[in-house]
Design a protein around this ligand. Sequence first.
Ligand code: 3AM
Length: 186
Amino acid sequence: MRLFFALWPDAETRSRIAAAAALLRLGAEARTVPPQNYHVTLAFLGEVGPSQVEVLREIGRCQQLPGFTVAFDTFDFWPQSQVVVAAATRIPAALNELWTSLRGDLASQPVNFWRERVDPQRSSLRAHVTLARKVVQAPVRQAMSAMPPFQWSATSFSLVRSESSGNGSIYTVVDTWRLLDETANT
Ligand code: 3AM
């Protein structure tokens, strides 16, 4: 099965993202991402055998790290992957810590989970939510800059299964782990 670690939105965050995405004006060829598919990929794992899922669950379980709030404050067109994304220009330290820790724990496994096309120059996560795919023409920049930024308070992260269907991807959450309460000591 094809798996990835991701931030998965709660209902409130999902509707904030949907409200921003609804303002996108795209060509007929573009495919908007359905709200139930919104996520932030932390680590794409590729094909994983059923016997390895427990190893991934253990990696998820042992991340005892704090939660965080990310502001998705810019909307971009990425021509190479033909997507429109909401992206975060500032990555909170706790998100970077989670990303780095997951990468480190995956890389240290004897099984090669590390299928992601890693850019060695990249030392931090490009946190983004894909809002539309198969976008061949850049949306009008002025319209994108008028889209409302949204906040995402991450209290957990998930292991997610991706399956292809005729209509795009179907994502199923396999397991979820809570992040530590960032406000508990304040
Ligand atoms: O979070 P986004 O939408 O950018 O593009 C796929 C999606 O990313 C990405 O994993 C996320 C869940 O499907 N993905 C799919 N195949 C990939 C690959 N071979 C991949 N990322 C890296 N390498």
